[in-house]
Design a protein around this ligand. Structure first.
Ligand code: IVH
Length: 694
């Protein structure tokens, strides 16, 4: 154990560590989904890395608490639904990172030591690292037969139809090629294309992408390939996957072969004689970076000889023969012209810096997030200050610090408003919270707009045509002020048709889209309400637990009335926990929220979430442990839930079945001790109606 790990192990009880690991794992999983599946990250890469580092530290300090499904064991996110799954013949690995010269020298020394090369030079190839998304392209008889995303590294998504629309992906390899060969590369979007795509997204009332990587991922993972075709995506090829024959002996020759077949290979890639040449290349790329038409966040260095690559092999999720040497975040200085306060759906007041526009690494920046009032006070950032901005792969940059020596003499500390700038209600900050919130609830127009946007959004009511732009317009013009108003718009169809930019056809279309959503599953309904901390997965848990709207509402009202049994029940729903229980009780305690529910219940039909009645596992509590040969844990969980089971993490006397894969450890022993039925993988497959064997 390292010093920080020892310190942590000594200062934290096992119980608290377990609780923190659990909440970190859930948080990371949520951000993984936001990033990989919804292509809409909520936090910066740096913040995400900090979460992962904290988890890694905790796991190192408490090795007994490492969960089988820990995010630290995963690369990326599991394949999302909507596309067929593809199992990669050779896993798509990730890369270890170097952040400083010392890290890079360590990598090089480690590889040379491993190979017994002493001080001798190790020939490398340097390639700019574009932050896009990696794809696997399989060619049979020289023809493109399949394209897949990386997914979790083992299983990705079949995106063949979409990838065929990308001009720089050849459908046929030019010249001779092995019978079957898999080529890997990076799909990306240029900076200029990214900015114009975002401008178009905003004009259409849709959410802009956070960075070019998300723009590329969101464009590729479209169920309608026509949408992908309309997006400006490119590919640089760089790696070999599964092959019936390997036609070359070095990575450099491989890149030449790729060019000969018709692929684009990054023209800045270079052969490097050894460590010193790589160090010089890193400096050169760092200087050229801002002028490149696409974002690069570092350089990937690979051992040139394929024979040495084979000998070096890989550890965990990364090869020993390659490293990504990241650039430091791009920085620039500019003047802070003002601080605006935005009010979100839950009433949170967020300060946003308005800046004199400045170019940071090739992207023009006008705004930066300031997080919250403590952050402004801690960094003592004042309007009029010259500030240092930092962009780390994200479009919304951070303010690192104010340059005090350049502060105008009349600059005063920022007074964070104690009233909502939109509705004038008191903005209060609860003890222990960093955020100040407007308590105007639905009487606050800012919250109304944000809530209605959420209410109509894809994962909630999914009302086509009721995007951000329409909601803003309709609220501003008094057509809607609450969720139920959306369902009363039919009475105003004529008025809508007469609006500028509308007309009868569009108005009719919108009415049809609204009508199509008059019947909604309970889980979606609960999610649509926009209660703090009730995201999609908690909404599903609640729906499954309470079954129907009326019962849910009754129990929430009991909980709001501080009836301890109802609160405990709520807090005990697996995965929900006390913080969410409190949010729900608070929600129900507000008369205007109860009125919203009444009004909605009069307009829409809320379908019961029958927990797969009649399913083979209806009402059973199931725990998985060990490794299943035929399914990922995530897939097994989905199957069990579809059969009506509740899947939990730990074994207790209430557990009905423990499904034990290979190398099942303490959970299996505990289950046996408690008399819980333990099923083998074969028995599980039989019970779930899956074909035997994998
Ligand atoms: S090689 C085992 N080469 O970086 C080697 N990756 O952090 C796997 N990337 O998943 C990848 N440019 O999406 C490689 N020239 C390059 C790359 C590159 C960008 C991405 C790729 C990979 C990620 C790992």
């Amino acid at each position: 154990m390292t010093e920080p790990e020892k310190l942590l192990a000594a200062s934290l009880s096992e119980e608290r560590a377990a609780a923190e690991i659990e909440s970190l794992a859930a948080e990371i999983a949520r951000h993984d989904r936001a990033y990989h599946e919804q292509d809409a990250p909520e936090i910066t890469d740096a913040e995400y890395d900090a979460l992962r580092r904290r988890l890694a530290l905790l796991e190192a300090a408490f090795p007994g608490l490492v969960r089988a499904d820990s995010p630290s064991r995963r690369v990326g996110a599991p394949a999302a639904s909507g596309f067929a799954k593809v199992t990669h013949g050779v896993p798509m690995l990730s890369l270890d990172n170097a952040f400083a010269l010392g890290d890079f020298r360590d990598f090089s020394a480690r590889a040379r030591r491993f190979l017994g090369l002493g001080e001798g030079d190790l020939a490398l190839v340097g390639e700019p690292k574009i932050d896009g998304l990696s794809v696997s392209l399989t060619y049979e008889g020289g023809r493109l037969v399949r394209a897949a995303t990386r997914g979790d590294g083992l299983v990705g998504e079949d995106v063949t139809v979409n990838v065929r629309t990308i001009a720089s992906v050849p459908w046929r390899l030019e010249g001779a090629a092995p019978a079957r060969i898999e080529i890997r590369g990076e799909i990306f979007m240029s900076k200029a294309d990214f900015l114009s795509l975002n401008a178009a997204q905003e004009a259409a009332g849709q959410r802009p992408f956070a960075n070019p990587r998300n723009g590329a991922a969101g464009s590729l993972r479209q169920l309608d390939p026509a949408v992908t075709a309309s997006r400006p995506l490119s590919l640089f090829a760089y790696a070999l996957g599964e092959a019936s024959a390997v036609p070359v002996d070095s990575h450099w020759h491989w890149l030449e072969q790729l060019r000969a077949w018709g692929f684009a290979v990054n023209p800045l890639s270079r052969q490097l004689a050894g460590t010193e040449a790589a160090v010089a290349f890193q400096a050169e790329m760092g200087e050229r970076r801002a002028a490149l038409p696409y974002d690069i966040d570092g350089v990937v260095y690979k051992v040139d000889s394929l024979e040495l690559q084979r000998r070096l092999g890989s550890v965990g999720r990364a090869p020993r023969w390659a490293i990504a040497w990241k650039f430091p975040a791009e920085r620039a200085t500019t003047v802070l012209e003002g601080i605006d306060i935005q009010v979100g759906r839950t009433g949170a007041l967020t300060p946003v810096a308005r800046l004199t526009p400045v170019n940071v690494g090739g992207v023009l920046v006008r705004n930066a997030t300031l997080h919250n009032e403590d952050e402004i006070a801690r960094k003592d950032i004042r309007v009029g200050d010259t500030v240092v901005l930092q962009r780390a792969g994200d479009v919304i940059p951070q303010i690192v610090e104010a340059l005090v020596e350049r502060r105008p003499p009349d600059a005063v500390p920022f007074a964070f408003p104690e009233r909502c700038p939109v509705c004038g209600s008191a903005a209060v900050r609860l003890e222990g919270e960093a955020v100040r919130r407007c308590n105007g609830g639905l009487t606050c127009p800012a919250q109304v707009v944000e809530r209605l946007i959420h209410f109509a959004s894809r994962a909630a009511f999914d009302i086509e045509g009721m995007g951000e732009k329409t909601v803003r317009e309709f609220v501003a013009d008094g057509l809607i002020a609450s969720p139920a108003d959306i369902f009363r718009l039919a009475a105003r169809e004529g008025e809508i048709a007469a609006r500028e930019g509308w007309g009868e056809v569009s108005a009719k279309k919108l009415m049809a889209a609204i009508d199509a959503r008059r019947c909604i599953p309970l889980a979606r309904f609960l999610y649509a309400l926009g209660i703090r901390r009730v995201g999609e997965s908690n909404a599903r848990l609640l729906a499954r637990h309470y079954g129907g709207f009326a019962f849910w509402r009754k129990r929430m009202e009991d909980a709001a009335a501080a009836e301890s049994e109802a609160r405990e029940e709520l807090g005990a729903i697996l995965g929900v926990g006390p913080a969410i229980a409190e949010e729900l009780a608070d929600f129900m305690a507000e008369p205007h929220n109860r009125a919203t529910l009444d009004a909605l219940a009069a307009e829409v039909e809320i379908e019961d979430a029958a927990p797969a009645a009649g399913g083979a596992l209806s009402g059973k509590i199931v725990v998985f442990t060990g490794t299943l040969a035929g399914q990922t844990r995530a897939e097994a969980k989905v199957v069990a839930e579809a059969l009506g089971a509740r899947v939990t993490d730990s074994v207790s006397a209430r557990t009905d079945y423990l499904i034990a894969g290979a190398e099942a450890g303490s959970k299996a022993r505990k289950a046996t001790a408690l008399g819980v039925r333990v099923l083998s993988e074969a028995e599980w497959r039989q019970l779930a109606g899956l074909p035997p064997g994998a």
